[in-house]
Structure formats: C-alpha cells, structure tokens
Design a protein around this ligand. Structure first.
Ligand code: GDP
Ligand code: CA
Length: 329
C-alpha cells in the first residue's frame, strides 16, 4: 500500500497548530493543507495572505509562538515609519521580517505566477513538511456587512443602510465589535479551486476539518465552487474538529461570526451546520467535540468526545490521532 494521504482544511492559528499535531501523529503520511485565502488583502501595495503565512511560519518554526501569528524576533520599524507619514491603514500590523515575505509574494504575483506557485516557492525556504495549497488562485475576499453609520453599541438600530467592509477591517481594526449582518465573499462565484486542490481531495484517505473558524475559515474554503462537492465525493472519511468548547471559541472571536449567520456558539450547532455527508450539502462523517460537549448530537454523524485543547504538542498530537482514528486511518 502506498503512503496515506491526508487533506486538512485550515484557517490560520487553529489550523496551523492542528497541522503540527497531524504532522507528528502520522509522520509518514503525505499531508496537504488546504488553506483559506478569504482573509487576504492588499496593504501598502503588498499582497498579504494571513492564513497561509500563519500555517507556513508555524510549521516552519518561524512563528511568534506567544502571539500566534507573524514572525518570531519581529521588529516594527517600517510600521512606525509608515505611521509617521500617517499612511493608511495604520491598524494592520506588518512586521519588518514579515514584509520580506509579502514583497516576494507580490513580485511573483505581478510577474504572473499563480498564488499556489508563489506559496510553493515561499515554502522552499520554510520547509513546512506538508504541502500548502491556497483554496484558490483567484482573488476571493471576505467582506462583512455592518451598519452604514455605526452608533454606540446600545443605540437602537434604525435598520436600512448597510455597508460592506473588508473582513480584516472588521476583525483587526474593530475587534469584531461592530454588529455584523452577514458575510460576502467578493469574487467567489468566478473562483476556481487552486491547481492541485481537486486532485488532493479525490485521492484523500482522510479529510480533516481543522478546529478553525467555521464561518470565515472552513466555511469560506468549502464555498469555493467545486470544493464542497469534491469533499463530499472524496474516497476517504471526513472528520471535523470543533473550534468551540463549552459554548465559547477557544481563542478569538468566532462567536461573533456564528452570531452573524444565526448559528449558536456550541459544538453541536457547528457540527449541525457542517452537516452529515449522508445528506445533500453536508460534509461530515465524524465530528470530534471536547469532553465538555460529550452530549452533542449531530444527525447522521458519528460524534466522539476527547480533550480538544491544544495546550501543548502532546495534547495536539493526541487530538490529531483521535481525528485520524475516527476517519479510519
Ligand atoms: P485564524 O484564521 O487565525 O482566526 O484561525 P483559524 O480560523 O484557523 O482558527 C480560529 C479558531 O481556532 C477559533 O475559533 C478558536 O476557537 C480555534 N482554536 C484555537 N485554539 C484551539 C484549541 O486549542 N482547541 C480548539 N478546539 N480550537 C481552538
Ligand atoms: Ca484567518
């Protein structure tokens, strides 16, 4: 038998940490990380791919571990200098070391290389030990519908006027505190899965949905035309891991995203949102929840409860092992 092939659908921090566990749990496997690019943006003329970079730096041992994103040993001199000019956006942190990645990426994209090829080139340095694939080589950017004139949080809503702002502006600048009424993926309809994505899914012995943001990470990847169907048609089992433990995101503000689309912040509700692969549009064969959520039930899906906190390497590896076992590999 050839080597086991595993595809992990991932966002940034949750996806990256989980991927370290998968790499350790099944070192001989061929692992493909299928990464969200809906958070990508252009700042100061540079193309930035936050989730791809978080995964690349984390698996390449270049991540700032405490912060969870960006380079270790980072400095911020360019950011300070840009601020001295009053350059917008001042709220998006670009570190000096990180800038080199964005400069190379932007230059290669401008020369006509697709993002998947650019990512491969960047990974030649970082050697993440897994194959990193962007969900699409086409530009897809998540925007958030907010009030046109946001007032104080407790002010009565007048209804009517909405505007769409880039996801990063909502997430980073406003810390997801502006009431959100939904998400729009600009460019989604015309987007195709990146080179290699459909092949990886069609030959996967297991597909794992990392404990990433279910709305703007996993949800966005699955929304790329062709990807959800390819996951549903894959030969291997599909197992998801809940990013929600005991009614709250383990870190970050995923609850604000779930609320915006009318889904409760519980492991059960997220599992039901992904749905059973036995039914139209569902993607799950198995759903892994934390032991705190052992009562969760998802119709048509095998639910198992194990500790789901990635507190250290051993705990993360055990989580990955449990997911692979539930997927039958
Ligand atoms: P982002 O793109 O950087 O926001 O990261 P992801 O989308 O990959 O992951 C964010 C999600 O990871 C959040 O909803 C967190 O709840 C989840 N997460 C982070 N750490 C853990 C953990 O230790 N266990 C679980 N189950 N989820 C986690
Ligand atoms: Ca992200």
């Amino acid at each position: 038998m050839g080597c086991v092939r595993v595809v992990v659908v991932a966002g940034g921090i949750g996806g990256a940490r989980f991927l370290r566990g998968v790499r350790a749990a099944i070192p001989d496997a061929e692992v493909t990380a299928l990464v969200n690019t809906g958070d990508d943006l252009t700042v100061h003329g540079m193309r930035v791919c936050p989730d791809l970079d978080t995964v690349m730096y984390t698996l390449g041992d270049g991540i700032d571990r405490a912060r969870g994103w960006g380079r270790d040993g980072e400095s911020w001199r360019v950011k300070d200098e840009l601020a001295a000019y009053g350059a917008d956006p001042a709220w998006f942190g670009l570190g000096d070391l990180d800038l080199a990645t964005h400069l190379i990426r932007t230059r290669m994209l401008d020369a006509g290389y697709p993002l998947s090829a650019v990512t491969e080139a960047l990974c030649a340095r970082w050697r993440p030990g897994v194959r990193l694939l962007p969900m699409s080589d086409d530009r897809v950017e998540t925007h958030v519908l907010v009030d046109a004139e946001p007032g104080p949080a407790d002010a009565p809503r007048t209804g009517g006027g909405r505007r769409a702002i880039h996801f990063q502006e909502w997430w980073v600048r406003h810390r997801a505190t502006l009431p959100a009424y939904g998400f729009v993926q600009v460019g989604l309809e015309a987007a195709k899965p990146a080179a290699g994505v459909l092949d990886a899914l069609a030959t996967a012995d297991a597909i794992l949905l990392a404990p990433s943001n279910p709305v703007v990470s996993i949800g966005t990847v699955l929304a790329v035309p062709g990807i959800r169907d390819a996951v549903r048609a894959a030969p291997g089992q599909v197992v998801g891991l809940s990013p929600i433990v005991a009614g709250a995101p383990v870190r970050g503000m995923a609850d604000a995203c779930l609320t915006a689309i009318g889904v409760a912040t519980t492991a059960e509700a997220v599992g039901r949102r992904y749905g059973s692969r036995a039914w139209a549009d569902g993607v799950l064969d198995g759903w892994l929840v934390d032991t705190a959520d052992a009562a969760a039930r998802v119709p048509g899906v095998r639910v198992e409860a194990v500790p789901l906190l990635m507190t250290d390497e051993a705990a993360t590896t055990a989580m990955a092992r449990a997911a692979l076992t539930l997927a039958g590999v």
